[in-house]
Design a protein around this ligand. Sequence first.
Ligand code: FAD
Length: 383
Amino acid sequence: MRSVLDFEPATLPAELDDLRAEVREFLATELAGRRFTPTSDSWMSAADLDFTRALAGRGWLGMTVPKEYGGQGRTALERFVVVEELVAAGAPIAAHWIGDRQITPGLVQRGTDDQRRRFLPGLCSGDIVFAIGMSEPDTGSDLASVRTKGVRVDGGWSVTGTKIWTSGAHIAQAMMALIRTGPPGDSRHEGLTQMIIELPSDGVEIRPIVSMGGSHHFNEVTFTDVFVPDANVFGEVGGGWAGVTGELAYERSGPERLLSTMPVLRLLATRSLIDQITLGRLLSRAWCLREASISIAMSLSRGHAPDAAAAVVKELGTRYEREVLDAARGAGVEPDFTSPDELARMLAHAQVMSPTQTLRGGTNEILRGIVAKAVGVRAGGAR
Ligand SMILES: Cc1cc2nc3c(=O)[nH]c(=O)nc-3n(C[C@H](O)[C@H](O)[C@H](O)COP(=O)(O)OP(=O)(O)OC[C@H]3O[C@@H](n4cnc5c(N)ncnc54)[C@H](O)[C@@H]3O)c2cc1C
């Protein structure tokens, strides 16, 4: 019998090399034209809608979405190659990241035909940005305790409550929100519903939260009697818990969970600032984690939801990302936002973002609980 933590053999077919070369050539041209500055953590903190649309023009958004909905009808492994090149290069992909990573596959698998037709073409062209509204001021890890409430009204729902840490809400046209629409039941997982809330809408207020490094990528979003039509209920009313947990493998297993600091490692290596043993250790770890991430991409494309394996990738991957920063400090690089040196500036940004890596998408303590439960050990943690 297969264990819940078995990883499928993961090999990228050789024919994907041409696609990889195409992405690298595109990135080299964009860099040469100074159309982006490489940064660590670019998938979370570097949003550039022009760059997003340029990728869409190449067919590198919505790659696995069927053509009839504006996508490319390509495979999960083809998408993997494109996104790992973009993340490793530190390209500004935050504007479409959430939409492309988990909203598009969710819509394809569980959306109504009307929802697919309204949202997928815009997601694939870069014209619709999605945010995710799960966390609330008193609800992060214990997601089942969300208090944003939906009350039944004629033709839909009236939503009131507050979401927090909502990445990209200020540039988004829609939010996939988790709403309490009924009593929690014994499991606390009943009575939750996912809804697509279009932005802006009457009764929605989006306030910026500025991070330690001075950047603005997440927000507090309040809803006051916001009308959400029945057509925007995503999945079954009351079936929201299965919906959000089903998306978590997409959220936790991708190459961004281990490559956020790769632009730093690339500069350390190309400038010969770290010794061969440290470099070999970091690259071999990256390679193993990458194999695991590819394996999950393959599983997801076959319709499986390898939640525990995805938790393993995120837990190990985000700790690995910090080790890259430790190596930079060990090599004597001083983080400095105002330095003329690209590496010092990049390291300063990476250092400030570093605490967030093990929080966002579920904290490492929670992920360890998921892994422990999956192998039959009782442990705490919900999300
Ligand atoms: C950069 C960034 C972007 C984000 N973007 C979004 C977004 O777009 N949308 C969104 O909805 N949310 C977003 N979040 C929120 C994120 O999902 C939460 O921060 C995360 O789930 C943790 O919740 P919390 O902050 O409320 O911490 P808490 O849940 O309050 O946890 C605090 C500490 O207690 C520990 N802890 C909690 N419960 C347990 C337990 N049962 N066992 C052991 N330890 C436990 C945690 O591990 C953590 O160390 C983002 C966060 C960050 C940092």
